[in-house]
Design a protein around this ligand. Sequence first.
Ligand SMILES: Cc1cc2nc3c(=O)[nH]c(=O)nc-3n(C[C@H](O)[C@H](O)[C@H](O)COP(=O)(O)OP(=O)(O)OC[C@H]3O[C@@H](n4cnc5c(N)ncnc54)[C@H](O)[C@@H]3O)c2cc1C
Length: 178
Amino acid sequence: MKNIEFKVVAKECCDPNECCVEPAETIKHEAEIANSELPIAIIGVGPIGLAAAAHLVNRKQKFILIEGGSQIAHNIREWGHVRLFSPWQYNIDKAAQTLLLNQGWNAPPPDVLPLGIEVVEQYLGPLAELPEIKPHIMLDSQVIAVSRENIDKMKSANREQSPFVLYIENLYECFSTL
Ligand SMILES: Cc1cc2nc3c(=O)[nH]c(=O)nc-3n(C[C@H](O)[C@H](O)[C@H](O)COP(=O)(O)OP(=O)(O)OC[C@H]3O[C@@H](n4cnc5c(N)ncnc54)[C@H](O)[C@@H]3O)c2cc1C
């Protein structure tokens, strides 16, 4: 997804009665950036999101990774005790592997079936820590809607030229203002 701007909104857990702002005022900030400067937004920091980031590093494209959980690979961690049915050699993206090997990573044995948590600790974690990727990860940021700037159901002219708008629930944005 290219051409985006962000609207960070308060997390639903905020009780409007306890917030210092009205519900209608819960949009915390709106970063408007010229289209040409907008990054590609990758929603979800699991194996696919991180592999996409590795490919974008190779192509020198700007990106951000947006993860709803408090840690990368939030979903896989939920079943980290389960062994995969495919061995390591099929679980590692080639662009990601190249970036990791450049940083001195020890590739796991190709024929071994890893546990979910081993995929996180031995592959996805080191990948997310790479200097080319880590600064672009936003955690605790759940994308709740995606739209186009100034476009609605009644207006679709120039739709494809309009930047995407991501609505993000961000725990810290919410509480930092209370
Ligand atoms: C028990 C089990 C065993 C498996 N074994 C294998 C196997 O052996 N081989 C194999 O190839 N596949 C296996 N799979 C499937 C594999 O895990 C998935 O195909 C893979 O995780 C998909 O990667 P993904 O990055 O697309 O999604 P996910 O791993 O689900 O990651 C998505 C990430 O996006 C985040 N996210 C989701 N929605 C939002 C949002 N709106 N805003 C912000 N963040 C969001 C989630 O928190 C998560 O971190 C297995 C799956 C399970 C459940």
